[in-house]
Design a protein around this ligand. Sequence first.
Ligand code: DAH
Length: 366
Amino acid sequence: MRGRMEQLEKLKRIAQGKDELEEALNRALDIIEACDDIESIGKARISVLGKKGIIARVFKKIKDAPEDERPILGQFGNLLKRVAEEELDLKEKWLKAALQEKKLSEMAIDVTLPGRGRSLGRRHILSITISEITSIFISLGYRVVYGPEVELDYYNFEALNTPAYHPARSLQDTFYLKRKDPIKDSREDVLLRTHTSPVQVRVMESTKPPLYVISPGKAYRRDEIDATHSAVFHQVEGFAVDRHISMGDLKGTLEAFAKKLFGEERKVRFRPHFFPFTEPSAEVDVSCFACDTAGCSLCKGVGWLEIMGCGMIDPNVFSYVGYDPEEYQGFAFGMGVERIAMMKHGIDDMRLFYENDVRFLRQFHI
Ligand code: DAH
């Protein structure tokens, strides 16, 4: 086949001087030229090559034309048809390629864009604090034991020497799940443990001394929730039972612990206190981090911060578990995890621990 340009030149030559043919050629070329998408190609095919299109009208003229013009009309019509088909096909191909190119460039992935960040989870500050506390005691030879959170009155109160009608046993302070008598305490009442101390009784009841045990876990109290109270909170309980255990062992152990946890420069003091299950009992304070006993706003002018309760296990508790107090002695201690984490990290509102605000949580690294 001859080249496009040559064919076009030939068409122009044939049409030259014949207004109708020149007009038909120009209109056909203009229509094809104006096509700018696949849809307009379809329309152009109809108006140029269709039954009532420009070329069809050229052929129609043949029968009325003078004899000598007929072959020219025929030749022109045939050539215009071939040229128009070729031009439309070419244009269609070109438009399809352009469309494809556009689609591909839209789908393309920009490999220079920064990737999407993935945030790593990390341990909760309360879990970290529990680990720090327990690992100090593990290094002293203690083992970790867990007790149930749904507990019997017997373990939570009675065997811990907490008498009936003790204020802690009141309906205002304790979540009871099953209460035998609404007025009278019963050792079979079922409750959410109000402290981790019942683990002492459970372990002693089933195991012979020597015992060196640490027991972290949740405890529950019917407290209004505020900056320093929560209905669910965490404690770490600890106790030791052995022969020849004295108050000196208790003081040495807890002093070593407090300095490991809060820093060797801290001073530790023991203040007499009362707990039903220990005798004598004490509260342990560390010197205030901010003022080192001088008194400031952090320690409310006291100079010291209370970190836990402790004491020598009351012989009455031993009698519940069948230990002979003449043979064995023991000490026990219990601390609030939230309180310790708040002091260590300067947190002033306990609710922050439970609100799951990552801006708070992510400050604490493992
Ligand atoms: N159970 C006590 C409380 O919840 C804390 C405590 C004090 C535990 C003295 C002990 C202890 O083992 O000896 O406040």
